[in-house]
Design a protein around this ligand. Structure first.
Ligand code: PEP
Ligand code: MG
Length: 914
């Protein structure tokens, strides 16, 4: 092994941790060092589960490998040899033995968080021309021995030696060689692999080796130690392959974590009909139901189940095939849940009727399943409610709000076939048969479905872009199913009646043929596939809470949701408000548990009907009297809107922001719009054209918007303040609850701007209270969305009774990146890890977050009880919500449908802090 003689930078000199034979060096808590797989193999060995012996090379070695030009710490070689010797001792076999049954090993990756299918694996390692003969002799089963060798040469050739498809080839070269021998010897390239005889497999091995020599210029390695070294290097190398990088970006896994490598003695599921392999979940990962769930294939290795090449049988069927193995798995299922207190996803192999555990990990699950499992585990006493709150990924809560097919529309739809339900929800879209075209169509604004024979990690980008995924092959634990579930994508897999023709770009099923671009629909809860576009309708929770078309007692999902939200409230300090501009949005958000409005963007109220024309008239006016006239036309609308919102709020607090219209969004830009407006507001079109030209700004987002408008045109602030106070007084009189408006001044950079606007607001308040003979309490505050405001927050807080962080603009102005058109370079920034996440979605905590922290501290220094909130889009992002909690904000505010996500994130933050 290529080692480096320089001093080792890792934290210890132990790089190899052994497990098996009833003990282990490591344990389940050592995921950072041993990766998830390695830590849990150690843990299973410790609790007496049947784990074949092996060892884990730590993630520190991976870091070292990348930091030291792909070399290893000097001590590693000897430690690996010790690890192998320990395995040999436990098993009574020798690695590379050419006389007796040799010990073969599997070499697998294993990062801290599982990255299914993204990194490389090599099985059956240790075989060569001599040891395969020893294996034939020892097992008396030449077909089995040669099948193992064939698989090994194929995997090693592909993964380690890089023998892959050339751009001009249709098929993987090894697969093409298999198809060729099937055609030659059986006249059919599609006969099952199990039909191949020992002799066929032997011939295949030699053809594979010739292929390796031809493509790489090197002989296939015969020495087991050399094979092992190559495999370990390939697994470490695969940490930085393209698909692993894409996956890490999607799930925010830092590149510096690295992967561990697990070397484990092979057990064989392919020795014959007394053996098999399977993947199982202790509960149903799609629905969360408490049932033993999974699938198996007899006479197969684990890769056959996961790869989706043969469609496996449901694990329940094992009960009839091999009752003793089934009962052992049922026992293991219980041991696992009782030990790990979570739903487990495990791989097993049955070798000659004996069950072995190859892996266990906390199972990926849908948002729906996460809820159900957490709630039911609380009921069963397996976990407490706080664990349940912590465990449900906040960013998956929106899966509970995913649409289902419209009941009427689905009755009319033509059902084509049924596949396996792998990711719940309903999806409809235009079909595309490869990831690239899928992404392209989605970028053009189409709703798309990705249809594949089976998916592989290369399809990840297409899966991310698609509304749903349909595959013809593969079971519920196939790549498509696992990844789709994790992403919360609707997925139907193993729909074997679906004929996918990549060459002609057609899908044929149920007697109908669909071209790329045609609509199909899939139901990932039932597995049904439909022709055409089928309208979708909202989730059960939406039906109970929003449309009220379902009773709470009829929806188990709703009941779980309600329980969880209650638990959240029981531990949360920070409130969750909503960004809402209409009574309907406000009602929706309150139904989801919002405790008020954190941002009402009054300019959004002007997009409806004729109002936009009055706003345009107001903006285009050159004389104050014209402007006052235009503004006064808006007053009744504004007041009506505010009354609606105050009524919907039923006494909950509401922050109403004064007008903040980027002028380019409001001005008529095209000739037609200008002519049309000229007629409507009786203004010569030339005047309009001139004003539009005069008002043109190069950077409208940095232009005459926010309080700058109210300062130039105080009559606008006066009108809005009047509308707010008249509405507040009237609603409190009519409805009998207190209305306490919080009036928010946008885009403040100087204390004086706020002082000027506050003076107008106070003056109007006084007038309205006198006119009405009644008053309401009110607050005046500001947004903190300009860095200058953040760093002078102590001065601003002398006037402002509250701050709300406008992190959209604070990010835009703090980073100097346009919030409207920075899209082109941000993905590359993420790829290069200049930024960890999209800064407009998740707060840049080190930069923008620091500005927020400064503002919080300065604000509190002059007004200790200042109310603090956030109303940028980040208010619905779990990581940002948690960050806001550390700042001690009073509330976060987000769009109505993200309220449950923010509530859960806020509860998790509170629990973390506690
Ligand atoms: C903000 O800038 O974060 C904000 C909430 O205001 P707007 O998005 O309306 O500019
Ligand atoms: Mg803003």
């Amino acid at each position: 092994m290529s080692t480096n003689s320089c001093a080792c930078s890792a934290s210890t000199d132990k790089f190899v941790y052994s497990f098996g034979g009833g003990s282990a060096d490591g344990n389940g808590s050592m995921k950072n060092l041993l990766g998830g797989k390695g830590a849990n193999l150690a843990e299973m060995a410790r609790i007496g589960l049947p784990v074949p012996p092996g060892f884990t090379i730590t993630t520190e070695v991976c870091t070292y490998y990348y930091d030291h030009g792909c070399t290893y710490p000097a001590q590693l070689d000897a430690q690996i040899k010790e690890g192998i010797a320990r395995m040999e001792q436990i098993l009574g076999r020798k690695f590379g033995d050419t006389e007796a049954m040799p010990m073969l090993v599997a070499v697998r990756s294993g990062a801290r968080e599982s990255m299914p299918g993204m990194m490389d694996t090599i099985l059956n390692l240790g075989l060569n021309e001599k040891s395969v003969e020893a294996m034939v002799k020892a097992t008396g089963n030449p077909r089995f021995a040669w099948d193992c060798y064939r698989r090994f040469v194929q995997m090693y050739g592909d993964v380690v030696l890089g023998v892959q498809k050339n751009p001009d080839e249709d098929h993987e070269p090894f697969e093409a060689a298999i198809a060729a021998i099937k055609e030659e010897r059986y006249g059919n390239a599609d006969v099952e692999d199990t039909k191949l005889s020992a002799d066929d497999l032997k011939e295949l091995v030699s053809r594979f080796k010739a292929l390796v020599l031809e493509r790489t210029g090197h002989e296939f390695p015969e020495c087991p130690w050399e094979q092992l070294q190559g495999a370990i290097g390939a697994v470490f190398g695969s940490w930085n392959n393209d698909r692993a990088i894409v996956y890490r970006q999607k799930y925010g896994i830092p590149s510096e974590w690295g992967t561990a490598v697990n070397v484990q003695a092979m057990v064989f599921g392919n020795t014959g009909e007394e053996s098999g392999s399977g993947v199982a979940f202790t509960r149903n990962p799609a629905s969360g139901e408490n049932e033993f769930y999974g699938e198996f294939l007899m006479n197969a290795q684990g890769e056959d189940v996961v790869a989706g090449v043969r469609t496996p049988a449901p694990v329940a069927a094992l009960h009839d095939v091999m009752p003793a193995a089934f009962n052992e798995l049922m026992r293991i299922r219980e041991v696992l849940e009782n030990h790990f207190h979570d739903m487990q996803d495990f791989e097993f192999t049955i070798q000659d009727r004996t069950v072995y555990m190859l892996q266990t990990r906390n199972g990926k699950r849908t948002g729906v399943a996460a809820f159900r499992i957490a709630c039911e585990m609380v009921e069963q006493g397996l976990i407490d409610w706080k664990t349940a709150v912590r465990r449900i990924p906040a960013d998956q809560v929106d899966q509970l709000l995913t649409p289902i097919f419209d009941r009427e529309a689905i009755k009319q739809a033509k059902m084509l076939t049924r596949g396996l339900p792998a990711g719940p929800g309903a999806a409809t879209g235009r079909i595309y048969l490869n990831a690239e075209r899928c992404v392209e169509a989605a970028d053009n604004g189409e709703k798309v479905l990705l249809v594949r024979l089976e998916t592989s990690p290369e399809d990840l980008r297409g899966m991310i872009a698609a509304e749903g995924i349909l595959t013809a092959r593969g079971g519920v634990s196939s790549h498509a199913a696992l990844v789709a579930r994790q992403m919360g994508k609707v997925c139907v897999c193993g729909a074997d009646e679906v004929i996918v023709d990549y060459n002609n770009r057609t899908v044929t099923v149920g007697g109908m043929t669909f071209n790329e671009g045609d609509y199909m629909s899939i139901d990932g809860t039932s597995g049904l596939v439909y022709a055409g576009k089928v309208e979708t309708s909202p989730s059960e929770i939406i039906q109970v809470l929003i449309s009220k078309t379902m009773k709470p007692e009829d929806s188990r999902t709703y009941q779980n949701f309600a329980r969880l939200m209650q638990w959240c409230d029981d531990c949360t300090k920070m409130k969750v408000r909503t960004n809402a501009d209409s009574p309907k949005q406000t009602e929706t958000a309150i139904a989801f548990g919002a405790t008020g409005i954190g941002l009402c963007r009054t300019e959004h109220m002007f997009f409806e009907g004729d109002r936009i024309d009055f706003v345009r008239e107001m903006i285009l006016s050159t004389k104050k009297s014209d402007r006052v006239a235009a503004v006064s036309k808006l007053l009744p609308y504004q007041k009506g809107d505010f009354k609606g919102i105050f009524k919907a709020l039923k006494g909950l607090p509401g922050t109403i922001r004064l007008l903040d219209p980027p002028l380019h969004e409001f001005l008529p830009q095209t000739k037609e719009q200008q002519l049309d407006l000229a007629q409507k507001i009786c203004m010569p079109v030339e005047v309009i054209m001139r004003r539009v030209a005069e008002l043109h700004e190069f950077n409208p987002m940095l232009g005459h918007r926010g309080c700058r408008l109210g300062i130039a045109y105080p009559e606008i602030t006066e009108m809005q303040a009047r509308a707010i106070f008249e509405a507040a007084v009237e609603v409190s009189q009519e409805e009998g609850f207190a209305v306490v408006p919080e009036i928010m001044v946008p885009l403040v950079a100087f204390k004086k701007e706020l002082d000027i606007q506050k003076a107008i607001i106070d003056k109007v308040a006084k007038q309205v209270f006198e006119e009405k003979g009644a008053k309401v309490d009110y607050l005046v505050g500001t947004m903190i969305e300009i860095p200058r405001a953040a760093v002078t927050a102590d001065e601003i807080a002398e006037t402002a009774q509250f701050f709300s962080f406008g992190t959209n603009d604070l990010t835009q102005t703090g980073l100097g990146m346009s919030r409207d058109d920075s899209g082109s370079f941000l993905p590359q920034y993420q790829e290069l890890e200049i930024i960890k996440k999209n800064v407009f979605a998740s707060i840049d905590q080190e930069g923008v977050g620091k500005l927020m922290k400064i503002a919080v501290e300065l604000g509190r220094s002059t007004r200790p009880d200042i109310k603090l909130g956030i109303c940028g889009e980040h208010g619905g992002d779990p990581a940002s919500v948690k960050f806001c909690n550390t700042l001690g904000l009073t509330y976060v505010s987000c769009s109505p449908y993200r309220v449950p996500t923010a509530r859960l994130a806020a509860a998790q933050a509170a629990l973390e802090q506690a």
